[in-house]
Design a protein around this ligand. Structure first.
Ligand code: CU
Length: 577
């Protein structure tokens, strides 16, 4: 038995669970190199923003190690789960898992939470991605890292640069994810609140003078804050004057939409979610949780000083200080902090700014993959915040997603009728829609039904945003689709008009993405081809929102799959098969 302290004076003794997971990242071309990684996942005290807290680390490292691969490579990751009380799954965000849907890493959809000795096979396409825990709120506990897949040797990017830098950004809380989860499921509802810090490459700085030092029993009274800790010194991005850099940025934020700024430097967006986009120059970059970008910038400012790299909260009234890293020129000491003030982002509630920046993201000329001209099926998904049995939930067309105890992939493939909800959710919301007042929705309920598509069919999904349970409040939701990239056909304000709005869809150079934001009181339309046999979640990437039911499950082509590997089964009904 191991004594494990989950936080402020709450020691518990729990049996130590040891899980050994083997992951094989197997690429389409078998001639590539093989990379072998050994990972040990465990809780560890760490001080990402100077405040110490138990976080999930990989090999004692936070954020987790960066995987760098080349298209065509095979990567093997042996993952030992040394956490005393938790299973793990890892979602390889942006990787389509063609032919290997069981390795998508979503508990009770693609696989059982992992048991000892399993081996996973993943397929990559080139791009900028990341990985993260997808069980409970493990991502918010620090369980994530970068995943970079370079082009095959001999292939060239349609742009040039002298050096490459990579950061993951996120928001950070001092409360444990157990406190956060308990609050979300409590009556009355207790929200996680705004983050205490914003982190760049896992580093932020909380003002230690705000940490209570008294021993009075209460929230946070035993937080340890050490502003000298090497774990919370600003991350350094080293550059040489005159050179051009590719900066890869991924947002694994739990809640916040973020805005990234390189003080004094313009950025040219060249890649989004693994696809080249038409180069567009911006002074700052809006980032939604689940999105990845590459930007180019040239170190063309006065080289005798350093500059801030900064993130600010967008879309929610910010109470969190700016997250800061150092853009370190030439031989200036990396510890030389800029004397300038923290960069300021556009007003948090300037949603028109965000919308217009999102509309700038278009497929790069010469690299366009035009969407099929028309859909075979259309879904309109109205997202609402609801009260179900006294708890605050999110619902899609009045159904709030709850996971089953059996992987849906196996349940559907083998026809285990009792293992899932056989009634598919509705394609359209009940009319008339009301998106500008707190929803009544007296019939909202929990469910786990599945949308099943004809294999190879073209599906349009319109996500319709609405007012929350609070008056005059509607939130940004970044929606992420597993197993596919989708074309972003268009955005609109107000209620989607099925007769007229499709006329303005971009069928020429719509960008391919795997995550897209729907803005307050508006809609976004996406199109994808249901051509990847498997079962795929489509959900809000705000961790608390998905946890509160904001997602749906898609399925297609299961008869095309061979037998599901035993290694991903063993829970729920799959125990008996
Ligand atoms: Cu959301």
């Amino acid at each position: 038995m191991k004594r494990f302290d989950l936080g402020c004076g709450w020691p518990i003794s729990l049996p130590r669970l040891m899980l050994l997971i083997g992951i094989v990242l197997n690429l389409a071309v078998t001639t590539g190199a093989t990379g072998h990684y050994k990972w040990k996942v465990d809780y560890l005290y760490f001080s990402p923003d100077c405040v110490e807290k138990a976080i999930i680390a990989i090999n004692g490292q936070y954020p987790g190690p960066t995987i760098v691969a080349r298209a065509g490579d095979t990567i093997v990751v042996e993952l030992e789960n040394a956490m005393p009380t938790e299973s793990v799954v890892i979602h390889w965000h942006g990787i389509r898992q063609i032919g290997t849907p069981w390795f998508d890493g979503v508990p009770f959809v693609s696989q059982c939470p992992i048991s000892p000795g399993e081996t996973f096979t993943y397929k990559f396409v080139p791009g900028t991605y990341f990985y993260h825990g997808h069980l409970g709120m493990q991502r918010a506990a620090g369980f994530y890292g970068s995943l970079i897949v370079d082009l095959k040797r001999g292939k060239r990017e349609p742009f040039t640069y002298d050096g490459e830098l990579s950061i993951v950004v996120n928001d950070w809380w001092h409360s444990s994810v157990y406190d956060q989860e308990t609050g979300l499921f409590s009556i009355p509802f207790r929200f996680v609140g705004e983050p205490q810090s914003l982190l760049i490459a896992g580093r932020g700085r909380y003002n230690c003078s705000l940490v209570p030092t008294s021993s009075v029993v209460g929230d946070g009274d035993c937080l340890k804050c050490n502003s000298e800790s090497p774990q919370c010194q600003p991350y350094v991005l080293p550059v040489q004057s005159g050179k051009t850099y590719r900066l890869r940025i991924a947002s694994v934020a739990s809640l916040s939409s973020l805005n990234f700024i390189l003080e004094g430097h313009n950025m040219t967006i060249v890649e989004a979610d693994g696809y080249y986009v038409d180069p567009v120059i911006v002074q700052n970059l809006d980032l939604y949780s689940g999105e990845t970008y590459s930007v180019l910038f040239t170190a063309n400012q006065n080289p005798s000083r350093n500059y801030w790299a900064a993130i600010n909260v967008r879309g929610r009234k910010p109470v969190t200080p700016t997250g800061l890293a150092i853009l370190n020129y030439n031989s200036n000491p990396s510890s030389l902090l800029p004397s300038t003030a923290s960069p300021v982002s556009p007003a948090w509630n300037d949603f028109d700014y965000s919308l217009s920046q999102s509309k700038l993201i278009l497929a790069r000329k010469g690299y366009e993959v035009p969407p099929p001209p028309r859909p075979d099926r259309q879904l309109i998904l109205l997202t609402t915040q609801n009260n179900i049995d006294g708890r605050t939930k999110w619902a899609i067309n009045n159904i709030s997603y709850v996971p089953t105890s059996t992987p849906v992939l196996a349940a559907l493939k083998y026809g285990w009728k009792n293992a899932y909800d056989p009634i598919p959710p509705p394609d359209y919301p009940a009319l008339p829609m009301n998106i500008i007042a707190p929803p009544a929705n007296p019939n909202a309920k929990a469910g786990s039904g599945v949308y099943t598509f004809h294999f190879g069919s073209v599906v349009d999904v319109i996500i319709q945003n609405s007012n929350t349970l609070n008056r005059n409040n509607s939130e940004i939701h970044p929606w992420h689709l597993h197993g596919h990239d989708f074309w972003v056909l268009g955005y609109g304000k107000g209620i989607f008009d099925p007769a007229n709005d499709p006329k303005s869809y971009n069928l020429k150079n719509a960008p391919l993405k795997n995550t897209v934001a729907v803005f307050p009181y508006g809609w976004v339309a996406i199109r994808f081809k249901a051509d990847n046999p498997g079962v795929w979640p489509f959900h809000c990437h705000v961790e608390a929102h998905f946890h509160m039911g904001m997602g749906v499950i898609f399925a297609e082509g299961l008869d095309k799959l061979p037998k599901i590997p035993k290694s991903v089964l063993g829970c729920g009904f799959s125990k008996y098969h």
